[in-house]
Design a protein around this ligand. Structure first.
Ligand code: 5AD
Ligand code: SF4
Length: 444
């Protein structure tokens, strides 16, 4: 092992929370004087920030970890962080004898310590015991992007959907103090960031674990809307049960809060919803969507769907298909069910054959693409506000509408980080094509 590392490599798998955790680890290691490299063979420390949400996510990581680092001359220190660290713990050392440390999702603040120990004692280390992350310094994050940033507001999940590993890999819900969040958002605004995405497995639970703070999610949003310089606030992800009238009114009333809400239905059949322990019925879900549409008529919705959950019949899948059509989502993530060790659903047989799962998934995807094309067609000729994020290919610059639709216009670096009015004139491959309504002042 290299006892005086100078470079590190990190690879991130999975969700936005993992992306943010990676930014925190990158910041921690940079502060230590290490340089980030993007070629694994040049790194003295290799970190794999992993995901366990589906079997495929784990297999990808295991495949990669199986080959990595063993034969390179630099003899890197290899660490596994993220959800697989929590799901597999010590057993990772048995399967992958060449890895040096395993760090849990609530132990990220121990990264420096674990590296020191591995180097000093030349032995394997595992730290996965913390129930929640109490010492994390969010201000250390070294961010990937200059226009938009992730801000964690609550960690963990108390919902215990029967298929999901998250409550076991990320622990119970713990909110972050509002002053701390406001301070971070203010700092981001001062650094020139224009958009923030508030992160949590269930952001709508924010503050419920700390009644003494008297600050629920919509209260926090009000505070953040006051921060000068932040043009757009988004949040991910929500549990339908916790989406309140107050939140819908906040979306209507707070100028920076975008009119897009991730509202994951998961399934359209009441029997399956009950088996998933989603704690709402299809009717209750539809009522909430109707309430949202009444309060915020221009809101667009995103969803997650799982097809082929244990015992799901063709007729039950049809209910999901119909619900999907009826709600007219603008964004959808569709998954086939994957049995996860340690979850309550493991007590049932994963009895839907893979071909049936794939067939259902493809049918929903086809419907999604058709619906999206229709939504995009309806947008042609309309004007939208775009926040430009980065330069794309062929002289185009990329941004998003407030409702999260990808949009490109001719232009370059001068537009990145600016808000512009555009007119939509076409679309292709899930992207809107537009032109600026007027040249930005800087170009006149
Ligand atoms: N199998 C398939 N999809 C899953 N998800 C969570 N657990 C599983 C699983 N075991 C999906 C849900 C969730 C999203 C993040 O991942 O749709 O909302
Ligand atoms: Fe998983 Fe359900 Fe919690 Fe979402 S709400 S993280 S699906 S247990």
């Amino acid at each position: 092992m290299n006892r005086s590392p100078s470079t590190f490599f990190v690879r991130t798998y999975g969700c936005q929370m993992n992306e943010l955790d990676t930014e925190l680890m990158v910041g921690t290691l940079s502060k230590r004087g290490l340089t980030r490299v993007y070629d694994e063979s040049e790194a003295d420390i290799l970190i794999f920030n992993t995901c366990s949400i589906r079997d495929l996510s784990e297999r990808k990581v295991m495949g990669k970890l199986g080959q990595i680092g063993r034969w390179t001359k630099r003899k890197p220190i290899i660490g596994v962080t993220g959800c697989m660290a929590m799901a597999k713990k010590e057993s990772l050392f048995k399967k992958l004898p060449h890895i040096d440390f395993v760090l849990g999702t609530n132990n990220i603040s121990d990264l420096d310590y674990v590296i020191d120990e591995v180097i000093a004692k030349n032995k394997k280390m595992i730290l996965t015991e913390k129930q929640f992350e109490e010492n994390l310094d969010y201000f250390v994050a070294e961010r990937n992007d200059k226009v938009k940033a992730y801000v964690s507001i609550i960690r963990g999940c108390n919902k215990f959907c029967t298929y999901c590993v998250v409550p076991y890999t990320r622990g119970q819900e713990v909110s972050r103090p509002p002053e701390d969040i406001v301070k971070e958002v203010q700092l981001l605004a001062d650094q020139g960031y224009k958009e923030i995405t508030l992160l949590g497995q269930n952001v709508n639970s924010y503050g419920k674990d700390r009644p003494d703070w008297s600050c629920l999610f919509h209260d926090l949003l009000e505070k953040l809307d006051q921060v000068n310089g932040i043009e757009r606030i988004r949040f991910m992800t929500s549990h339908p049960v916790d989406i309140t009238r107050n939140l819908m009114q906040a979306i209507r009333d707070l100028p920076s809060l975008c009119e897009f809400i991730h509202f994951p239905i998961q399934a359209g059949s009441n029997r399956i919803l009950k088996k998933m322990h989603r704690i709402y019925t299809k009717e209750e879900y539809f009522e909430k969507v109707a309430m949202l549409r009444e309060i915020v008529p221009n809101a667009t919705l995103g969803t997650d769907i799982i097809v082929g959950f244990c015992t799901e019949t063709d007729a039950e899948f049809e209910e999901t298909f119909q619900a999907f059509k009826e709600i007219d989502y603008s964004v959808a993530f569709i998954f086939s069910y994957s049995a996860r060790k340690g979850t309550p659903a493991m007590r049932w047989k994963d009895d839907i054959p893979e071909e049936v799962k794939q067939e259902r998934l493809q049918r929903l995807l086809q419907l999604y693409y058709k619906m999206q094309a229709k939504q995009f067609q309806d947008l042609v000729g309309t004007e939208k506000e775009i926040l430009f994020e980065k330069v794309g290919k062929n002289g185009m610059v990329k941004g998003r509408t407030r409702c999260w639709q990808n949009t490109i216009v001719p232009g370059g670096e001068e537009l990145v980080g600016t808000l512009q009015r555009v007119k939509i004139h076409g679309f292709s491959n899930q992207t809107l094509h537009a032109e600026l309504l007027r040249q930005p002042a800087s170009l006149l």
